[in-house]
Design a protein around this ligand. Structure first.
Ligand SMILES: CC(C)(COP(=O)(O)OP(=O)(O)OC[C@H]1O[C@@H](n2cnc3c(N)ncnc32)[C@H](O[C@H]2O[C@H](COP(=O)(O)OP(=O)(O)OP(=O)(O)O)[C@@H](O)[C@H]2O)[C@@H]1O)[C@@H](O)C(=O)NCCC(=O)NCCS
Ligand SMILES: Nc1ncnc2[nH]cnc12
Length: 282
């Protein structure tokens, strides 16, 4: 029976990746209608990337379900090299384009934790995640000053420049943006699945510090601007009104003109969809 439960977790992870890329029209992101500010990829790149990750998520699920250690950081240590290998599979499937690097990190952690929870259902999912990631930002950022500037990743550079902990900080804290913003937004959303997920994405955009956005804007002041746009979208009625959708169309154009990406917010939407599927909200 456990194998079936593990397979269901993997299937929900793959569904979450495909649901996210299908939602449209998403500002600053790829969807079936437009690649937005991502000339190097389209919806088919994301489909290829998703299919390349089935084996990775299956390994995460079997690793989580079979972990018998007492120290959960060892469970994260066990899957990290598998995640690195999955990044290589992704890049091979996408011909070198970064579609799901952040999702490999975050969704891999959630799949592993969900599988571990199958045998430890007295624990909440995020308590398992936080126990797995204790000390992550310290571990990853501790000796950054010694790293050659040319080798710094976007997240590492922004930590040094702005003190932004990005996806690592979000993960180590147990994904507060998902638990306090994404999931509540999904639960109160109305209409078609596309409408519900559009409103959930913009709610996330209105509360997250997206390192893709900061990277493209070359400033962390873009974050306050993005939060204001999200607030205006909901003041106009969001996906439920013609005014809200007209504003979203304008926002799509602005993101395209300014070459802004919401890759991090897209990842938080993927994780929210995954949890929504696990909780039968979708
Ligand atoms: C911890 C890692 C994710 C490495 O992090 P890194 O330092 O490399 O970069 P970060 O900026 O910290 O984040 C990387 C990706 O995480 C997503 N993200 C960013 N901010 C947030 C946030 N606040 N909440 C959630 N997720 C966030 C985002 O990923 C998505 O966007 C990418 C696509 O958008 P795009 O703009 O096209 O990105 P680029 O191609 O890079 O830019 P352009 O060149 O086009 O301008 C895509 O990745 C989405 O997933 C950030 O990009 C982790 O990878 C790590 O630890 N790596 C080391 C190896 C490892 O251990 N891996 C396995 C771990 S299980
Ligand atoms: N739909 C999307 N477009 C661009 N980057 C993404 N990262 C995750 N989903 C994405």
């Amino acid at each position: 029976m456990v194998e079936l439960a593990q397979k269901a977790i993997v299937d929900d992870a793959l569904r979450a990746l495909l649901y996210e890329v299908s939602v449209n029209p998403k500002p600053g992101l790829v969807d079936p209608v437009s690649s937005g500010p991502h000339p190097d990829m389209d919806v088919f790149t994301f489909i290829d990337s998703t299919v390349s990750l089935r084996e990775y998520f299956t390994t995460c699920a079997t690793t989580g379900a079979s972990f018998t250690g007492s120290a959960l950081p060892e469970l994260f240590t066990a899957i990290r090299p598998v995640g690195v290998a999955a990044e290589r599979s992704m890049f091979a499937a996408t011909k070198g384009v970064n579609t799901h690097k952040g999702a490999i990190f975050s969704l891999g952690i959630l799949v592993t934790a969900a599988a571990y929870q199958l045998e430890h259902d007295q624990l909440t999912l995020m308590s398992i995640v936080k126990a797995m990631l204790v000390g992550l930002t310290t571990h990853d950022f501790d000796h950054l000053a010694d790293k050659p500037d040319t080798e710094l990743t976007a997240g590492e550079r922004q930590f040094l420049q702005f003190g932004i902990t990005g996806i690592r900080g979000e993960a180590e804290a147990g994904y507060p943006t998902i638990m306090t913003v994404g999931l509540p937004a999904l639960k109160r959303s109305k209409g078609t699945t596309n409408q519900r997920l559009l409103d959930t994405l913009i709610a996330i955009m209105g509360h997250s510090v997206d390192t893709n956005l900061v990277k493209r804007a070359k400033s962390n002041e873009i974050v306050a601007w993005a939060h204001q746009q999200a607030q205006h979208y909901f003041e106009l009625g969001g996906s439920q009104t013609a005014e809200g959708m007209a504003f979203l169309a304008e926002l799509n154009e602005t993101f395209l003109q300014r070459n802004l990406s919401l890759g991090g917010s897209a990842d938080l939407l993927i994780l929210t969809i995954f949890l929504g599927l696990r909780e039968q909200l979708l």
